[in-house]
Design a binder for this molecule. Structure first.
Ligand code: ADP
Ligand code: MG
Length: 364
């Protein structure tokens, strides 16, 4: 068990690539923290600095209030699980898990006990004699987790541990890792570029872009209140719809104007736009697919909150159906009721739940 405090961490690699800039974050004891962002945004670099595998260019790293910048990786009591498992092919499952403990000269009886315990938690008991090549991808990943568990570290770092698994296994392992966290009651820092993993596994999410933190919050808060277009577009599937609109005032009401249609902005939101000086300016209106509709109550009650478009494509996702509709030259994704049957190419109306609309600066 441990808390971590990252204070203004930066990393510049030789050749002057600054991979992480001024990264500040407190990670609470027993927290399941997710670092998410596109490939190359600096996630692995942050993990490697925490693990002690990469030198910190500037800033301070504390584990339980102890400054550890100059503490060697092996003395940090942190275990890291890698994307490619990094198992020893010539060793059995048992010996792969025991390897790190043997190196540390842990007594044999204790090694046996720890390996048995990890094997039980991860359902590997029947596979202890096998070699990695005799295992499936999911089993190999469990061995990699087992190797971390047997050390009973203060902190688990996981770098995209599921990205080599197929979709079904990934979904299963997501739940297993979340359970593992509950079981072990240890601090987890989990890196992913997968928005589903980010939204479902952790207690808090850190969204990164180009080495910089964009937002830190609970999955739900980030989903409901993204601070910029990058965060709004990155989390959620499908990502948020964006439409460029002109903010105007008419008879004391604020409208978002798009081509020849105008959507009324609720009073509080309109007032805020006015205060921010957006009147007469172009902004980006963001709205999620589930806050748009193709039929039903909202459309009947608020015809003024609808735009006309043409249905381009229907995507059936089992429990959900999405319409891809072209509105004023832009494609938007609408979650529609599964009963709604519309032919591709037809004109449709798309209702906007204006209380769920976000407005963003164009640059964000
Ligand atoms: P992520 O894990 O989010 O994909 P990384 O932390 O691996 O991102 O990389 C962040 C940036 O640092 C990238 O531009 C990458 O090319 C660069 N980088 C990573 N490792 C090194 C290295 N050892 N030397 C030089 N540049 C590196
Ligand atoms: Mg990486």
């Amino acid at each position: 068990m441990a808390s971590l405090y990252l204070k203004n961490l930066s990393k510049t690699y030789p050749g002057r690539v600054t991979a992480v800039r001024d990264f500040s974050l407190e990670i609470k004891d027993q927290e399941f923290l997710i670092l998410v962002g596109p490939s190359g945004c600096g996630k692995t670099t942050v993990l490697r600095m925490i693990a002690g595998l990469e030198e910190i260019s500037s800033g301070e790293l504390y584990i339980d209030d102890r400054l550890v910048n100059d503490v060697a990786a092996k003395d940090r009591d942190i275990a890291m699980v890698f994307q490619n498992y990094a198992l020893y092919p010539h060793l059995s499952v048992h010996d792969n898990m025991a390897f790190g403990l043997k190196l540390r000269k842990i007594p044999k009886a204790e090694i046996r006990k720890n390996v048995q315990e990890a094997a039980r938690i991860l359902a590997l008991e029947d596979l202890l004699k096998r070699k990695p090549r005799e295992l499936s991808g999911g089993q190999r990943q469990r061995v990699a987790l087992g190797r971390a568990i047997v050390r009973k570290p203060k902190v688990f770092l996981m770098d995209e541990p599921l990205s080599n698994l197929d979709a079904q296994l990934r979904a299963q392992m997501r739940i297993e890792i979340a359970k593992l966290h509950k079981n072990l009651q240890t601090t987890f820092v989990y890196v992913t570029h997968d928005q589903t993993e980010a939204m479902t596994m952790g207690t808090r999410i850190v969204v990164m872009k180009d080495g910089l933190i964009q937002q830190i919050d609970s999955p739900q808060s980030i989903y409901d209140h993204p601070v910029n277009m990058f965060v709004a577009g990155f989390l959620g599937s499908p990502g948020m719809n964006f439409l460029e609109v002109l903010i105007i005032e008419q008879n004391g009401c604020i409208f978002a104007k798009l081509a020849d249609a105008q959507l009324p902005v609720p009073a509080a939101g309109g007032q805020k736009l006015k205060e921010q000086g957006y009147l007469g300016k172009e902004v980006v209106l963001g709205i999620r697919a589930e806050h748009l509709c193709g039929s039903g109550d909202l459309l009947d009650r608020h015809p003024e909150c609808a735009l006309r478009g043409r249905l381009e494509f229907t995507e059936l996702r089992g429990a959900e159906t999405y319409h891809y509709v072209k509105i004023a030259g832009r494609e938007v994704v609408v979650r529609v009721s599964p009963e709604q049957r519309t032919e591709t190419g037809q004109e449709v109306r798309v209702g906007f739940n204006m209380s769920k609309v976000h407005f963003f600066d164009q640059e964000s």
